[in-house]
Design a protein around this ligand. Structure first.
Ligand SMILES: C[S@@+](CC[C@H](N)C(=O)[O-])C[C@H]1O[C@@H](n2cnc3c(N)ncnc32)[C@H](O)[C@@H]1O
Length: 202
């Protein structure tokens, strides 16, 4: 019996195996409509030097990873959903994609062991099982280069209070350097419904 805490994403696909394909098709449709799907990746690109190493934690079908690869960075995308990784490899080629749980994944030998920037967009934090939050944040801290930074965005109302997230990050040695309420860097306020946290190793 597997006693590993399942992320909410895994719980969802166990209940509804078609969910992954629905998600893939949803973003393909938005891309076909010409929607801007890479605002998060543009911010990340602006934060790093050319030819940086970037890890996309919970990369899904690879929209951000692909954008960053196209800008010349060495990009690794990790996601626990094999259907989304297959879609990323087919539709967003270039980065090295890895099927793995951010909770316990071991980076393969053919990818960098440390990164200039680790980022996580699209509410990945909100999907984590509460028992895995600190271990996942500890892994993110461990993947950062000494002067690397993590950029993590997620929405309120998903069971992970922003203050709790900041406390969890600090507890594993990730120090917030800036907190925003959006990927275009609006200030975080008491009633903000989204958090974009920029963190470095303490
Ligand atoms: C809403 S999607 C966002 C995907 C991508 N970051 C984006 O912005 O397009 C949430 C993603 O989190 C991934 N995820 C959730 N828990 C995870 C975990 N513990 N380890 C790895 N990936 C996880 C899911 O598989 C899913 O791809």
């Amino acid at each position: 019996m597997n006693s590993k805490p399942l992320s909410r994403w895994q719980q969802t696909i166990e209940r509804n195996p078609a969910h992954s394909q629905w998600y893939i098709e949803r973003f393909k449709a938005m891309a076909a409509e010409g929607r801007d799907l890479v605002g998060e990746a543009r911010l990340v690109d602006a934060m790093v030097g050319r030819g940086s190493t970037i890890l996309d934690a919970g990369c899904g079908p690879g929209r951000h990873a692909h954008y960053l690869h196209e800008r010349g960075h060495t990009v690794v995308g990790i996601d626990l959903d094999p259907a989304l990784i297959a879609a990323a490899e087919a539709d967003a080629p270039g980065p090295r994609y890895v099927v793995g749980d951010l909770y316990d994944v071991v980076l393969p030998d053919d990818v960098p062991s440390s990164y200039d920037l680790v980022f996580s967009a699209g509410n990945v934090m909100g999907f984590l099982h509460p028992d895995t939050r600190r271990p996942v944040l500890a892994n993110i801290a461990g993947w950062l280069a000494d002067d690397g930074r993590a950029v993590i965005g997620f929405g309120a109302g998903r069971g992970y209070d922003f203050a709790e997230f900041v406390a969890d990050a600090r507890s594993v040695g990730l120090e917030p350097e800036s907190l925003f309420s959006s990927w275009d860097l609006r200030p975080l306020q008491d009633d903000s419904t989204f958090l974009v946290a920029v963190l470095h190793r303490a």
